[in-house]
Design a protein around this ligand. Structure first.
Ligand code: ADP
Ligand code: ASP
Ligand code: MG
Length: 814
């Protein structure tokens, strides 16, 4: 004997029912089968909606009822041969007339009691089960339709009736013992009280019907046939990489469903667990898939966490008060009050102290709870010993479930650190005393992100998803996108990171795609996207609330840098090649660093100094390992190095500068390079990273440009340089005559930094610095005589983009 249950989507239409028939064909007759079915998918909701409309006096309920009738009539016509339809069509008509009669009563009275609601809902399963029974009959499979209201007896707590197992077991056993048939069709969900009044077992209750029958009959197995191939590591509607759990313990399945895994209705496991009856969860649409086996023995699967689930629409109730310590049994009174109102406590937090207690319940019951608890504690509230009950709404519970979690330390640490890194605020925590679950109360808006973050942390050996928002798609930004596209497979395979660009903006347009922008086509997509609005772009990062988000600033824009603080506050990392933030006031720089630390994210700007060269990274590594920076000497301007390496007094200085700009080495405004300001910024950033509280004004800039060339526009600047050619030639020739080269050098020592043009002797490390190269010499406690040298191309879009790329990886890997 086996009990099989087919859910709403499995019986939603004729095509699906035909699938069931072909799956069961081979099995009918070989073993006694009891098939329990739900209402056709969506019908229970429509029934509730119709009668609720009637109770509000909305006449349109009739249209809803018509839809219900049509759907069932259509189904009969599609499933059953014409010659056998008439009996069934009139049965559907009769039932639908009854529903209509009840609804018109409700419409007249404008009152809907739970008892009436149960009666109306029951027609969903009554209709589906009789149609399916007739379908099997018409295919030649004799079966007995069995009214579950005759064999499952409950109390009269409508909508959530409690089963009287003693009476029910006896009735089920007698009924089946006295039936000669070997194939039964039974409506799920519905039952009746001792007076024969229809009750229901709670939404999703058909699973429970099947379990009750299986347990009473000591069935060989219970099979739950649904629209997914088993219980999964997370709700597949939230986590696209959720995986089937092939084996799971009763206790674990129970916890998962208690915390929201809708695939099995929570009370279902209990009856079959007591009888040690194995439960299979299988897909009607992929019957050959293995599915999930729920049983008593555990099979190791390598992870101590078995699954993650979540429940929305939770309210948190907090009862607090300074006088509570003196009130005996206050928590007992709280729980009794809630129980008297039939309010189910889903979670009790560990923070329950002498002065406060905090519980999670369904949001729908929050107002009833508030009223009842405030009444129960009215005396104490009046005497100011207890505060009125605090109710917080819009919350959700997420839970990690696994029987083996107790023997693995550090799981909750990992859980909360992963949530923290992604800015998910945890309102309350509860760890079951069995340690079979760890649950947390969080805001509803964070659920999808939180479940995905935890799924990546505990299950995904495949990859972790990273979401990038890129501002600035000029030279650097567009190279970055090409590199991301080119390296996508490699990064996924080797680092197990799945990097997606979900937002791109330039100064004119902004483009979003939560599923990842097509990087082969981004230019065209961006051209046709919305007008750029920086405030909106930043807001979108927050509202999209995606996990492992990184904001990439590849602009040189001051306004973009002003938004960093609010981005970091939302636990989104920042990778910037824009130098403005790191070289703004020390206060802002420090604030951003602290914010990143507090929010557990990264603020990285390696490319601010030496483009793609590992300058800041090296400096940080030295400091981390306990070294101390005594002196830094560096050539930090790729542009100036290029200019002085190429300027020989033949081609004009202005033309050489122009070439540097055309090669993409200069800042968008080349005067920032020529004035030495860009180098001042860089040495200041290095000094700050070395621990110095230093500002731009503290740095001496021995500039070489004629001051009059720095006024006016960029065109004026070029024109002025042409005019002042003699000035540049003189500087060059002085150095040349002495056998020296010109380098714009930055240095930092004893808390002081300075920059300026210097004549470099052939014996110096800087002499052989070609092209647009940069070099940084670190003199430290460990590198005393010979400095640690970082040298190489210090400008250029391609290398800068690769430095940004490396920062992105750094931001998300740890
Ligand atoms: P039925 O109508 O067959 O009873 P349900 O809709 O009640 O089906 O339950 C199946 C659905 O449960 C799946 O389609 C899936 O969206 C959802 N679900 C939520 N959590 C899980 C989980 N952990 N594993 C599998 N499915 C889940
Ligand atoms: N039809 C009922 C519901 O939608 C019971 C079930 O499908 O299990 O809640
Ligand atoms: Mg269900």
């Amino acid at each position: 004997m086996r009990v099989l249950k087919f859910g709403g989507s499995s019986v939603a239409n004729a095509e699906n029912i035909n699938k069931i028939v072909s799956t069961l064909k081979e099995r009918i007759g070989k073993e006694k089968l009891v098939v329990v079915v739900s209402a056709l998918g969506g019908i229970t909701d429509t029934l509730i909606n119709s009668v609720a409309m009637a109770s509000r006096g909305e006449e349109l309920y009739k249209e809803e009822l018509q839809k219900i009738e049509n759907r069932h009539l259509e189904m009969v016509k599609e499933l059953i041969p014409i010659s056998q339809q008439s009996h069934l069509l009139s049965l559907v008509k009769r039932h639908c007339n009854e529903i209509e009669d009840i609804c018109s009563g409700v419409f007249l009275l404008q009152e809907l009691t739970p008892r009436t609601k149960d009666r109306v809902m029951s027609y969903g399963e009554l209709l589906s089960s009789q149609i399916i029974s007739a379908k099997f009959q018409s295919e030649g499979f004799e079966n007995k339709w069995t009214d579950s209201r005759k064999i499952i007896i409950t109390n009269s707590h409508y909508e959530h009736a409690v089963v009287d197992f003693e009476l029910t077991n006896e009735k089920i056993q007698n009924y089946f013992a006295n039936s000669v048939e070997s194939f039964f069709l039974v409506p799920g969900f519905i039952a009746s009280d001792i007076n024969g009044i229809t009750t229901t077992l709670g939404r999703g209750g058909s699973d429970y019907t099947a379990s009750i029958i299986a347990a009473a009959l000591n069935a060989n197995a219970l099979e739950i046939w649904t629209d997914v191939s088993g219980m999964m590591t997370a709700d597949p509607r939230l986590v696209s990489n959720a995986k089937i759990i092939p084996h799971i313990l009763y206790r674990e399945a129970m916890e998962l469903s208690h915390f929201g895994a809708k695939v099995v209705y929570p009370p279902t496991i209990q009856p079959v667990m007591r009888k040690n009856i194995p439960v299979w969860v299988k897909s009607t649409f992929a019957p050959s898939d293995h599915g999930t086996l729920i049983e008593n023995t555990s099979i190791k699967n390598g992870s101590s966490v078995r699954g993650i689930s979540s429940i929305n629409k939770i309210a948190l109730l907090s009862l607090e008060g300074s006088g509570m310590a003196g009130i005996p049994g206050f928590s007992k009174r709280l729980f009794e009050t809630l129980a008297n109102e039939q309010i189910n406590v889903i979670l009790i937090t560990q923070s329950s102290s002498e002065h406060s207690i905090c519980v999670g319940i369904e949001e729908a019951s929050a107002q009833t709870a508030k009223k009842a608890v405030d009444e129960a504690f009215a005396d104490e509230i009046e005497r100011l010993k207890v505060d009125p009950l605090i109710v917080e709404n819009d919350l959700a519970i997420i839970a990690l479930v696994g029987d083996k979690m107790k023997s693995h330390p550090g799981i909750s640490g990992k859980m909360f650190s992963a949530l923290g890194k992604n800015g998910v605020n945890v309102r309350a925590i509860s760890q079951g005393s069995s340690e079979r679950n760890i649950s947390a109360v969080i805001s509803t808006k964070d659920v999808k992100k939180a479940v995905n973050v935890l799924h990546e942390e505990f299950f995904e050996t495949t990859y972790k998803q990273v979401n990038l928002f890129i501002t600035g798609v000029g030279n650097v930004g567009s190279r970055l996108i090409s590199q991301l596209l080119q390296q996508h497979q490699y990064i996924q395979k080797n680092l197990r990171l799945h990097i997606r660009v979900v937002g791109i903006a330039n100064s004119r347009k902004m483009l979003f795609n939560q599923k990842g922008i097509d990087l082969k086509n981004w230019k065209e997509l961006l051209e046709n996207a919305d007008e750029m609005n920086l405030g909106e772009f930043v807001k979108a990062i927050q509202t999209k609330n995606l996990r492992n988000s990184v904001f990439v600033d590849a602009t040189a824009n001051e306004n973009v840098a002003k938004h960093y603080a609010e981005i970091l506050e939302k636990s989104v990392s920042i990778v910037a090649c824009n130098k403005i933030a790191a070289s703004s006031s020390f206060n802002y720089y420090e604030k951003l660093k602290n914010l990143a630390r507090e929010s557990n994210v990264h603020f990285l700007f390696e490319t601010n100094v030496g483009a793609g060269l590992p300058v800041i990274g090296t400096l940080n590594d030295l400091l981390l390992s306990g070294d101390k920076i005594n002196k830094i000497e560096a050539v930090l301007s790729g542009t100036l190095n290029f200019v002085f390496n190429n300027y020989k007094g033949t081609e004009s200085f202005a033309k050489v500068v122009k070439r540097a700009q055309e090669e993409g080495y200069t800042e968008p405004d080349p005067r920032l390079d020529l004035s030495g300001v860009d180098v001042v910024r860089k040495i200041m950033i290095l000094a700050r990273e070395s621990g110095e509280k230093i500002e731009m004004e503290d740095i001496n800039n021995n500039a070489f440009m004629p001051p009059q060339c720095m006024l006016g526009s960029v065109d004026d600047f070029y024109a002025c340089m042409e005019k002042e050619e003699a000035h540049f030639k003189k500087i060059f020739e002085e150095a040349n005559k002495a056998g020296k080269k010109l380098k714009f050098v930055a240095s930092y020592e004893n808390g002081k930094a300075k920059v300026g043009l210097q004549q470099i002797d052939p014996s110096h490390d800087f002499y052989h610095l070609f092209g647009k190269d940069n070099v940084v010499l670190f003199y430290t406690n460990r590198y005393t005589e010979q400095p640690l040298v970082v040298k190489g191309a210090g400008a250029g879009a391609e290398v800068t983009a690769s430095g940004v790329f490396a920062d992105i990886i750094r931001a998300v890997r740890i």
